[in-house]
Ligand binder design. Structure first.
Ligand code: MN
Ligand code: MN
Length: 287
């Protein structure tokens, strides 16, 4: 299993698996990318760049060194077999959840959230999902494929009731997806407006947060497979982290960074900073 491997050491992320509260896991998978593949390089590029970032966050007045975090590396996934890859991800995460750890997964494409959320939903039966994305990802199939980055939230209906799924920033999808959105726990177009009321509704229930980085405007993060103009700013995302500071966050993922579409490298830096803020958010409560 992944948890038996030697962890990666970063500034501020030096704990062993056993002593850590939070585990970082890379998932280099982009087999169903429909437009531009490349998100399989996300975990590796984030790891290479992460140490250039300060471990201290002025936004939170907290430091990564205050917490016990372990980067256990990437799950090895077989190329060309989506079902098998998803099955491996689910089993690895279950095994880490059995040790009562919190998990932050680094994609990879958005489909990795399906097996991740499946394993969390088995541990936490009233799990709520917060979904940040430019895309609704509510198709029932995409080009006849049931398992796709474009169907991931629809697949999650199998394990989490849709009235416990809340979507934000959505600005692209089919008419049917937008109709279906009206039946969700919350469906907020274009921005993160509505997050405060959702946080109050979720109250103390366990939360999984999935961040498709294309929620950010392409001027902030061009390095992604399906860029979508009209997105939120980095400061909007920081404000969301502030609004969420007291939620009962059990797990999260950052998906759809495709580093090589951004020659400047800024998109990877943005993703690293999102990761740092997410690590501080998930460790904000000691439960
Ligand atoms: Mn997505
Ligand atoms: Mn998206």
């Amino acid at each position: 299993m992944l948890k038996n491997k030697t962890p990666f050491i970063h500034e501020g992320i030096k704990s062993s698996y056993i002593e850590s509260d939070t585990i970082i896991i890379g998932m280099p998978f982009d087999a169903t990318s429909s437009y531009r593949p490349g998100s399989r390089f996300g975990p590796q590029c984030i790891r290479n760049e992460f140490d250039c970032l300060e471990t201290y966050s002025p936004y939170r007045d907290k430091d990564l060194t205050d917490y016990r975090i372990c980067d256990i590396g990437d799950i090895e996934l077989p190329p060309g077999n989506t079902e098998k890859a998803l099955d491996i991800i689910e089993k690895e995460l279950k095994s880490v959840l059995d040790d009562n750890k919190k998990i932050i997964s680094i994609g990879g494409e958005h489909l990795i959230s399906y097996p991740a959320i499946k394993s969390f939903s088995e541990k936490y039966n009233d799990l709520c999902i917060l979904h940040f994305d430019a895309h609704a990802d509510l198709r029932d199939d995409y080009l006849d494929e049931k398992l796709s980055h474009a169907t991931v939230i629809r697949r999650i209906f199998d394990c989490v009731s849709k009235d416990r799924i809340y979507q934000f920033g959505i600005r692209s999808g089919t008419k049917e997806e937008f109709e279906l959105g009206k039946t969700m726990g919350g469906f907020y177009k274009y921005s993160l407006d509505g997050l405060q009321e959702v946080i109050e509704a979720v109250a103390n229930r366990p939360v999984y947060l999935t961040i498709d980085l294309d929620i950010l405007d392409p001027s902030v993060l061009p390095g992604t497979g399906t860029p979508e103009p009209g997105g939120i700013s980095f400061n909007d995302l920081l404000e969301a982290f502030n609004i969420m500071k007291d939620i009962n966050l059990k797990g999260a993922d950052i998906v759809e960074l495709s580093p090589h579409y951004d020659k400047s490298g800024v998109s990877t830096v943005v993703a690293c900073k999102v990761l740092r803020e997410l690590l501080l958010l998930i460790n904000n409560r000691n439960c």
